[in-house]
Design a binder for this molecule. Structure first.
Ligand SMILES: Nc1ncnc2c1ncn2[C@@H]1O[C@H](COP(=O)(O)OP(=O)(O)OP(=O)(O)O)[C@@H](O)[C@H]1O
Ligand SMILES: [Mg+2]
Length: 251
């Protein structure tokens, strides 16, 4: 849990999503959702398989396949972005760590990290400083920098995927299901890293099925059910809520 003031409307809203609807063909994946993330906050959207979590992140980061089927407003740092391309959105400082990690198994760890550095491609010194920063946070990546990423364990690959996102020095980090496919011990390690990023003031939107881990690191949470936000509040209050405990925490 990060020690930052909870939002009571005073902090600036870095991301504001209003009445967002997204279709895949005729199928509705998001049915008018609204939420916000304030600067410095960690917000999680919890929900089960197919609820629309990945779709939400993809829409915010502007993945091309969804651009045409989006309605509603997405405002980032005061600018409307729902019709912008993923490149422009990335340049505004939004980094998306997608579900399933997607590291390039045959490329080295360092080359995978450098793929995340496109925002500063022309400034090699800035890129090197970013690399050093990422290596400081993830010493295992530094040790394995010259090895193919495919040799890393699942947890290490997740660290690589997050490290690649951090290479762009993002203002806002979107994390899609960082626990996916990881053994419980590795899940805890990855969430400790997320807690560390949060403590350093990184603004994060995290979507996750493992609600207890997500609520541990988040300031606030929303519940997404079948494309609709059905609840939300302070993460600690949500973790204590009987309905949430029964539906999402296996209590
Ligand atoms: N490319 C696609 N084409 C058609 N339908 C899709 C596509 N991607 C997702 N969907 C559907 O949209 C809905 C939301 O999917 P989404 O991937 O956003 O869910 P999710 O909450 O991330 O689920 P999970 O926890 O399994 O990752 C689901 O019903 C899914 O089947
Ligand atoms: Mg998903």
């Amino acid at each position: 849990m990060s020690v930052r003031p909870s939002t009571n409307g005073k902090q600036e809203k870095l991301l504001k999503v209003e009445d967002l609807r997204v279709f895949y063909g005729a199928a509705r994946a998001l049915d008018g959702i609204s939420f916000h993330v304030a600067e410095g906050e960690v917000v999680t959207i919890i929900g089960s398989n197919g609820a629309g979590k990945s779709t939400t992140l993809k829409t915010v980061s502007g993945v091309p396949e969804l651009l045409k089927s989006v309605s509603g407003h997405i405002t980032f740092a005061g600018e409307r972005i729902e019709k912008r391309s993923s490149h422009r959105i990335a340049r505004m400082g939004i980094a998306h760590v997608p579900e399933g990690r997607r590291v390039f198994a045959g490329s080295t760890v360092e080359d995978n990290l450098l793929l995340g550095a496109y925002r500063r491609r022309r400034l090699r010194s800035a890129v090197n400083a970013d690399l050093e920063r990422v290596y400081e946070r993830f010493p295992v990546l530094k040790e394995r920098r010259g090895q193919p990423a495919g040799y890393l364990s699942g947890g290490e690959q997740q660290m690589l995927a997050i490290g690649r996102g951090l290479m762009a020095s993002p203002r806002f980090l979107l994390l899609d299901e960082p626990s996916l496919g990881l053994a419980p011990l590795l899940v805890s390690q990855v969430f400790d890293i997320i807690a560390g990023l949060a403590a350093d003031g990184t603004t994060i939107l995290l979507v996750e099925q493992l609600a207890h881990q997500a609520l541990r690191v988040a300031d606030r949470a929303y519940v997404l059910e079948a494309g609709v936000i059905s609840g939300g509040g302070d993460a600690s209050a949500m973790a204590a809520d009987p309905h949430i405990r029964e539906a999402y925490l296996g209590a």
